[in-house]
Write a protein that binds this ligand. Structure first.
Ligand SMILES: [Zn+2]
Ligand SMILES: [Zn+2]
Length: 582
């Protein structure tokens, strides 16, 4: 380990070597090159640094001490000379958003010499920064300013950095934000206009760096720029460092929805990257802290609408096989067979399905008979209305489709049943299948059919029973946690928490994600194939290519993003609900 003595001195000559022989948990022999004896601050720092690095290899359970000072100067830290926050492009700002400074007009002619000011700094090799000192000598060099159509050679004022090692030739350089320039490394400077144009290009239609750089290079040729455009590598590095400065996190709140959203839309965005880039600092909401409370939830069977699995599958098949449709065989000899199948289905309806539905609810049977069974026969043709078909499809699915019946939906349904008026019925959009039926019946007949109301009541009671069963193991509401309980990074003010944790939400974290020791699939992202299902159709691909799951983001219904997190391994609903809960 190479340990710096103090924050101000990062040059190699000021560093002290610490040697360690032993096993990963830190047990072994520590030696400091400066001092004999067992413990000194250098050893402390090195030990802590090692602990932190080892945590990146999977073991997330361990807790870190917060007062870490160790810094790795071997890792190249991507920072630019410019460091002041930049306002986002005008077209992606909300009307309420305040610009922290007035955006300057786009640069069309070569600027005068770019001079040093109080904001001028050096992006030191350890990630720190040293600032311009007017009492020290300055020098002038040439730099290239890249604009939309051409590049200019411009004089730039610099000052040697007193903090960086001399052999690294680092300079304190200007911060030209006020003239719309981004100073990447004192030698290449880009206009904000140019860099924003790339944001517009890739968000408008998928544009990789390479073709875009080509396009700009051609434009430079056309406008006979004396200096060619940069290569792809330099532009990409420059653009990413610039993107870090854009203040996207300012007040991204929908003017209609406000702070607390009524409805959110969650979706995964498959911008995945290699899993080898996932480091220990990534903290998605799914991560379980060792302070997390334990929840006694168990997985319960019988969460379906219709309790008998075998029977509801038969009902599902009956509908999908054509119900009471009388099929005509194409060929003469098939006639008998298809007729036989039709008779079979009719018998099944009378002997099995009606009595079974009746045993569950008289209204359910009546609705089925009237809208799906014999009542759906019109002039010997079976024509069930699409709306009822949809409801019974929903009720007979193996999935727990009852999930859409939230507490608020239940309250609204209860209210509607007390007073079945179109006004109250409008609130039932949360159960679209039922809502559509009620809407149709009222428009057609100016009243709701008694059995429809009966089915609605049955749905209410059935959901309430399942909900009660699920909640019976979790009597206490989840605890809130004060913010002090959450780990905060304090290393560098330029790198914000979310840039390390890959987790950014506009509301602060309020609790730990609970641990569910009794749920067999909790915290086991490597689910087996049958659980992957269709919604994770690319999951296999990800795990084969060792890619991460991409980004999970949350929008309001007006397409304004309220937050996101990086998904280390695709997990599905855990990604969504962990974020909501925490
Ligand atoms: Zn420096
Ligand atoms: Zn909104």
């Amino acid at each position: 380990f190479s340990v710096a003595q103090s924050e101000g001195l990062v040059a190699l000559s000021h560093r002290i070597f610490v040697r360690f022989e032993g096993i990963d948990d830190g047990n072994g022999k520590w030696q400091c090159s400066r001092r004999e004896g067992s413990l000194c601050t250098h050893i402390e720092v090195a030990r802590e640094y090692m602990q932190r690095k080892l945590l990146s290899n999977g073991n997330r359970g361990g807790e870190l001490r917060n007062n870490s000072q160790g810094k790795d100067i071997c890792e190249s830290i991507l920072v630019s000379i410019s460091y002041l926050p930049v306002i986002p492009p005008h077209w992606c700002m909300l009307p309420e958003e305040k610009a922290v400074y007035n955006p300057p007009k786009g640069l069309r002619t070569a600027p005068e010499c770019i001079g040093l000011s109080a904001h001028a700094s050096c992006a030191c090799i350890d990630g720190g920064r040293s600032f311009y000192n007017p009492n020290r000598p300055t020098l002038t060099r040439m730099c290239t300013v890249y604009t939309l159509t051409q590049a200019f050679q411009v004089e730039i004022e610099l000052q040697t950095c007193p903090r960086c090692p001399v052999e690294r030739h680092r300079y304190i350089g200007p911060e030209p934000r006020d003239i719309g320039l981004f100073n990447f490394n004192n030698s290449a400077l880009f206009t904000h206009e140019l860099l924003n144009k790339y944001i517009s290009a890739f968000s408008g239609s998928e544009t990789p760096f390479m073709p875009w750089v080509n396009q700009v290079a051609r434009r430079y040729e056309e406008s006979e720029s004396e200096n060619p455009f940069v290569n792809e590598g330099l532009f990409r590095t420059g653009w990413f460092t610039y993107a870090q400065l854009i203040g996207f996190e300012n007040n991204k709140m929908c003017p209609f929805c406000g702070v607390f959203l009524e409805n959110v839309i969650w979706d995964g965005v498959s911008i995945s990257f290699g899993r080898k880039f996932v480091n220990a600092e990534l903290e998605p909401p799914m991560a379980v802290s060792n302070q997390a409370p334990k929840c006694p939830s168990k997985s319960l069977s019988k969460q379906e609408w219709l309790p008998d699995g075998k029977m509801h599958r038969r009902l599902h098949e009956w509908i999908n096989d054509g119900g009471l449709k009388i099929e005509k065989g194409v060929r003469e000899e098939d006639q008998g067979q298809t007729l036989e199948a039709t008779i079979q289905r009719t018998r099944m309806l009378e002997i099995e399905l009606y009595p079974w539905l009746e045993s569950l609810s008289l209204h359910l049977k009546e609705m089925f008979r009237r809208r799906m069974g014999h009542g759906a026969l019109d002039n010997w043709k079976w024509k069930p209305a699409q709306e009822y078909s949809a409801l019974f499809q929903l009720l007979t699915l193996d999935e727990s489709t009852m999930q859409t019946m939230t507490h608020s939906v239940l309250r609204k349904l209860e209210l509607f049943l007390k007073e079945p008026t179109p006004n109250n019925h409008a609130d039932l959009l949360g159960v679209p299948a039922l809502y559509t039926i009620l809407w149709m019946e009222y428009t057609k007949e100016k009243k709701y059919a008694p059995e429809t109301l009966g089915v609605a009541r049955w749905m209410l009671l059935r959901t309430a029973a399942v909900l009660k069963m699920l909640l019976s193991l979790n009597q206490e509401p989840l605890q809130f946690m004060t913010p002090e309980n959450f780990r905060r990074f304090d290393s560098s003010p330029e790198i914000q928490d979310w840039e390390r944790t890959g987790c950014f939400y506009h509301l602060p974290q309020i609790r730990f994600r609970p641990r569910y020791p009794k749920l067999p699939h909790d915290r086991h992202p490597n689910v087996n194939t049958e659980r992957i299902g269709t919604c994770r159709k690319y999951y296999k691909l990800y795990s084969q290519k060792c890619l991460t799951g991409g980004i999970m983001a949350c929008w309001c219904s007006h397409s304004i993003c309220y937050g996101f997190h990086c998904i280390p391994v695709g997990e599905g609903r855990n990604d969504v609900f962990s974020a909501i809960i925490t």
